[in-house]
Design a protein around this ligand. Structure first.
Ligand code: CTP
Length: 403
């Protein structure tokens, strides 16, 4: 899956012959899983029709402030378009539009949208070789880059004029690859590996029964997504859970028991940079697992239990460069217990949730957490969605690791 999957991409098309290639560009963005909207300068419609682009993007194409042909003319809101976009790419970007972008000239919908957009902006110039070399064009490139806009350089080759030289818009495949690589390169956890545990564990009593708990795994899966969205490669070791995730950076390994989780975690720990253990691992398991289904005979029945291995503690004992995060679910003396676990398990950070807080803990879609760092800084958060909690946690880890 591409890093562009699920992203809202606004494509601005200006009046260069390379505009005909934007049909392919829209298709490639859609194939990468992005949502695409197109805004065109009026003159660019001579090079490619809005109908082609609206068909490929499955969205209306915008080129003026109002839809003149429509009796119930609607205002095309450039601010909404700008806010909708996760990224804005102007391709092809003519010398004229680049100069307007550099100077803040706002004489069409594309320019108004550019000036309103708060997202990252990419531009792919396309023009004849002498225009590309001109001092004023170079000035536009420099000014736009000084604004933080990202240039996707033109390539050399045969130009529409018949001349050969620099000025050809980068090919659509290369534009997509450029943007993907650029986004990845700017992500703070690019090149880092994160190991995560999530969900409950089931400890078998006999072939049909087990001891388990109510953990849904939702918190762990949200952390996996938050880490992957920061560019990390995530190994998610999950106990039995209905949670699903499809992300090219997340490798889900399903396990059942605490022992299986322990074995998988230790297989990967050496190679990771960050380990976050959010699973609700069973502390005890039946000492003997009956080979056959246990029949009901006696009026009372006991199962002898033995301790499972504490996975988190075992990592604290062997960790070298890894940043180790644990969870603590407490019902009383919460801070004191969490600090105790932080010390005894040799952690860099512990996430405390108290069952006394409404909306915290198992099952639901919200959580209320307090972070406690190795230097005993206590950072309390409000009740938030588990997705927001996951993002807060990753930000806290980035802060502590200076990634
Ligand atoms: N944990 C683990 N392996 C276990 C038990 C717990 O890795 N066998 C991890 C959990 O994933 C969590 C942390 O340890 O990150 C704390 O779990 P918790 O059950 O709150 O604490 P315990 O250490 O088991 O202590 P207690 O049950 O006495 O509160």
């Amino acid at each position: 899956m591409s890093i562009l999957s699920g992203k809202n991409i606004l494509l601005g098309i200006t009046a260069g012959i390379a505009a005909y290639k934007t049909a392919s560009l829209v298709r490639l963005f859609i194939k990468a899983g992005a949502n695409v909207k197109v805004v065109m300068t009026p003159a660019s419609k001579d090079f490619i029709t809005p109908l082609t682009l609206s068909t490929l993007s499955k969205n209306p194409v915008y080129s003026s402030f109002t839809n003149e042909d429509d009796d119930n003319a609607m205002w095309n809101n450039h601010v909404d378009l700008g806010l909708w976009a996760d990224l804005f790419i102007v391709a092809p970007a003519t010398a004229n539009t680049l100069s307007k972008m550099a100077n803040g000239t706002c004489d069409n919908l594309l320019m108004a949208t550019y000036l309103s957009a708060k997202c990252p902006v990419y531009f792919a110039p396309a023009m004849d070789l002498d225009m590309y070399k001109h001092q004023s064009t170079k000035q536009s490139f420099d000014t736009l880059q000084s604004y933080g806009n990202v240039m996707i350089p033109a390539t050399s080759g045969e130009l529409a004029s018949g001349l050969v030289g620099e000025g050809r818009m980068a090919e659509p495949e290369d534009i997509v690859a450029f943007i993907e690589n650029h986004i990845l390169g700017t992500l703070p956890l690019h090149g880092k590996k994160v190991l995560l545990t999530a969900g409950p564990t089931y400890e078998a009593i006999d072939p049909v029964r087990f001891i388990g708990n109510h953990s849904s795994g939702k918190m762990g899966f949200e952390i996996a997504k938050a880490a992957a969205n920061l560019g990390a490669e995530v190994i998610l070791i999950s106990g039995p859970s209905h949670q699903r995730v499809t992300h090219s950076f997340i490798n889900v390994i399903r396990v059942t028991s605490a022992q299986e989780m322990y074995d998988e975690v230790h297989k990967h720990f050496d190679l990771v940079d960050i380990a976050i253990l959010s699973a609700a691992v069973a502390d005890y398991r039946p000492k003997n697992i009956a080979k056959q289904k246990i029949k009901k005979k006696e009026s009372t029945f006991s199962i002898e239990l033995e301790k499972t291995k504490d996975i988190l503690k075992s990592l604290g004992e062997v960790k070298s460069h890894q940043f180790l995060v644990g969870f603590a679910l407490e019902t009383n003396n919460e801070l004191e217990h969490a600090k105790g676990k932080l010390e005894s398990k040799n952690l860099d950070l512990i996430v405390l949730n108290s069952l006394n807080d409404k909306g915290a803990g198992f099952g639901g879609s919200t959580n209320k957490v307090t972070f406690i760092t190795a230097s005993h800084d206590v950072i309390a958060h409000e009740l938030k969605s588990k997705s927001e909690v996951a993002q807060d946690l990753m930000q806290q880890i980035l802060k502590q690791t200076h990634a």
